[in-house]
Design a protein around this ligand. Structure first.
Ligand SMILES: *Cc1c(COP(=O)(O)O)cnc(C)c1O
Length: 220
């Protein structure tokens, strides 16, 4: 199957309210261009340098999403062009994104990553940390970031019940957040959950944005 075929099949299976992020990490620009020529405009990368290199080389109407864990000292390289940062999991990182966005007189959209998996290795905020961040004075003062939703990764397991439980928990947290009065820097509309192995389940649990790599571009 070609990349264009894979893409068409996945897009046909997504409900209209679900946005597809084509996760192109480690893949060469030629592969991304195949997806681009098939109409894909949103790409996800997990390393800042790699995303910058691809951004420089590729058409400028692409929306670049950073889906990986971000080191504070790398924010400045993507601040000029990144369209959504999925993996924000500390106040410290958010402060730096806000600072770099201010340098460019822009607002950078961010998702807060919540830890929902059983695995210790996955990044993300606990529910308590999420609440502490959102109610902090520092956050309230930030004018150059906008929290547009939440992101999470389920445990890597064949146990569908486990995965469903984790996705449902994130959806509950998202719904609670969505009930808060919106402010300029808190406008939750996006729930980013679901990858190649679990996106149908994620959508059934309320996902509005799926991050799919290997099912489009092949294994890495
Ligand atoms: C790599 C990656 C994906 C895509 O994974 P696939 O299994 O290839 O679809 C999604 N989200 C994050 C955060 C990733 O790092």
């Amino acid at each position: 199957m070609s990349i264009a075929n894979n893409l068409a099949e996945i897009k046909a299976s997504l409900p209209p309210h679900v946005t597809l992020v084509a996760v192109s990490k480690t893949k060469p620009v030629a592969d991304l261009m195949e997806a681009y020529n098939a109409g894909q405009r949103i790409f996800g990368e997990n390393k800042v340098q790699e995303m910058v290199a691809k951004w420089e080389e590729m058409p400028k109407d692409i929306q670049w999403h950073m889906i990986g864990h971000v080191q504070t000292n790398k924010v400045k390289y993507m601040a000029p062009f990144v369209s959504l940062i999925h993996g924000v999991d500390s106040l410290k990182l958010l402060i730096e994104i806000n600072r770099q966005a201010a340098r460019y007189r822009k607002v950078i959209n961010c998702l807060l990553q919540v830890h929902i998996a059983e695995e210790e290795t996955k990044f993300g905020l606990s529910e308590e940390e999420l609440n502490a961040l959102l109610t902090s004075e520092e956050f309230k003062q930030m004018q150059n970031i906008r929290i547009t939703g939440l992101m999470g990764m389920a445990t890597f397991t064949d146990d569908n019940e486990q995965v469903k439980k984790e996705f449902s928990r994130l959806k509950t947290i998202f719904d609670r957040l969505s009930e808060e009065p919106a402010t300029p820097n808190l406008q939750p509309a996006t729930l980013s959950m679901g990858m190649s192995g679990d996106y149908p389940l994620a959508i059934a649990c309320g996902s509005t944005m799926v991050r799919i790599g290997s099912s489009i571009f092949g294994s890495r």
